[in-house]
Design a protein around this ligand. Structure first.
Ligand SMILES: Cc1cc2nc3c(=O)[nH]c(=O)nc-3n(C[C@H](O)[C@H](O)[C@H](O)COP(=O)(O)OP(=O)(O)OC[C@H]3O[C@@H](n4cnc5c(N)ncnc54)[C@H](O)[C@@H]3O)c2cc1C
Length: 405
């Protein structure tokens, strides 16, 4: 394993760092102010547009997407770049067209979409003209087991008719999220993993009712399009909106979640680095009991531990990325699950310490650490709860280690 960054990655890393200094960090405060003042709570603030233009003109665009439709980077090349984007979580990924859930949706359309679907939805998504959402989770069933999904997709002549309720659909409160990739059941009598299909549903289709934005620890997350609860009542879409074949939804979901999971982890490392910087800055600038907080042993322990944990996390992420590039997502199964389990827990630990070092300020709106803490905590559910990943990882290990018995 050689994790030396190649020339292209180093060049992009330098370019992206300069871009963050010039176009992203300076607009963070105004971004928040515009969101707080916006009459329409869910639209993206206009201040991101010039940054978006700058990113596009500098070629810092669609960096996540391999192949000729994107920047053509490997996972290992993208990892250190995605980490930089994570440092300003609600601005940098969006202005470079590298934000979830669009990235996963673009990958699905790129891999499984028909020419017609690509033209209608992938082209404007790649151009950053529209946003999208991914609708799988349902309030009425334990959705960490995707075979439980109840939303029905029933064929009626040249159309499919969709009925069901989804919630926590990230980004779908944003009116610019023009299309949803919805997972439902086309054949509830088929084999457990062949019942589900994915279908494209325009957000403005009759029968789509975006009911409310779900909160996360009290935050409505409007800075990244909220998390919608949506009713689908007799929603009709043409049969050509089906992605892949009937019954292929489960397999497509697995393909979608591989890169998506590792992208979350890469961004989390960026949050961890910035949290550590804030922790050190604050500890060095506050004096308690006659000396700076940074001279208290316990705080030094947190700083040292944070550095150790970030380095461990980055190496594991690089390894998972390298395996995805060299042996494919299936061969990287254990490492992808390991990083999905390790990253949120590790960064949550670091953020907990960053909050503590900031005192009451750490819980306030004046520093980003409280909100990051809430965000990071959700990643122990989103894209599958820790327990499900641990279960699958353990099953794999047990099978491997008992194969000879
Ligand atoms: C902020 C946020 C954003 C999200 N964005 C999206 C989105 O864009 N699109 C989307 O479709 N979904 C989204 N989700 C939903 C997320 O993917 C689900 O919450 C997750 O898959 C778990 O499903 P559930 O909530 O139904 O929990 P359940 O399936 O009811 O599980 C509850 C708990 O049971 C335990 N559990 C479950 N299975 C096992 C097991 N095998 N072993 C041991 N314990 C187990 C776990 O502790 C789990 O947390 C989002 C969630 C959050 C919080």
């Amino acid at each position: 394993m050689d994790f030396t960054l190649d020339a292209r990655t180093t060049e992009l890393q330098e370019q992206l760092t300069a871009f963050m200094d010039e176009h992203v960090y300076p607009i963070e405060a105004a971004f928040q102010e515009q969101i707080d003042a916006a009459p329409d709570r869910w639209s993206p603030p206009p201040i991101i547009e010039p940054a978006k233009e700058a990113a596009r003109s500098q070629g810092l665009w669609n960096l996540f997407l391999p192949g000729e439709d994107g920047a053509g980077l490997t996972n290992l090349q993208y990892a250190p770049l995605c980490e930089i984007l994570g440092r300003s979580l609600h601005i940098a990924p969006v202005v470079t067209n590298c934000a979830a859930p669009d990235t996963g949706n673009m990958e699905v359309l790129n891999m499984f979409g028909t020419d017609e679907q690509k033209e209608q939805w992938l082209t404007p998504l790649l151009a950053g003209e529209i946003r999208s959402a991914f609708a799988m989770t349902e309030p009425r069933v334990a959705s960490s087991d995707a075979t439980n999904i109840e939303t029905s997709i029933v064929r009626d002549g040249d159309e499919y008719v969709i009925n069901g309720r989804k919630w926590y659909i990230s980004g779908a409160m944003n009116p610019n999220a023009k299309v949803l990739i919805l997972m439902g059941k086309t054949d509830p009598t088929a084999d457990r993993h062949k019942q589900q299909s994915m279908i494209l549903v325009p957000r403005d289709a009759p029968g789509v009712d975006v009911r409310r934005g779900m909160k996360v620890f009290g935050y409505d997350d409007r800075d990244h399009g909220g998390h919608a609860e949506i009713d689908f009542t007799d929603v009709r879409v043409p049969v050509s909106n089906l992605i892949g074949e009937e019954g292929s939804g489960f397999a497509i979901a697995q393909a979608r979640l591989g890169p998506g999971r590792i992208h979350h982890c890469m961004r989390l490392i960026g949050i961890a680095e910035r949290s550590l910087e804030l922790m050190v800055e604050r500890a060095a600038s506050r004096v308690a009991f006659g000396k700076p907080l940074s001279e208290q042993g316990v705080i030094r322990d947190w700083i040292a531990e944070s550095r150790v944990r970030i380095e461990q996390l980055r190496l594991l992420t690089f390894k998972a990325a390298w395996l995805m590039d060299t042996v494919g997502n299936k061969g990287a199964h254990t490492e992808i699950q390991a990083i999905k389990i390790a990253a949120p827990a590790t960064v949550e630990w670091i953020l907990d310490k960053a909050v503590q070092v900031h005192g009451a300020g750490g819980l306030s709106q004046d520093f980003p650490v409280a909100e990051w803490y809430a965000q990071v905590r959700t990643l122990r559910f989103a894209d599958g709860p820790d327990e499900v990943h641990k279960n699958a990882l353990a099953r794999h290990e047990i099978r491997r280690m008992t194969a000879h018995v």
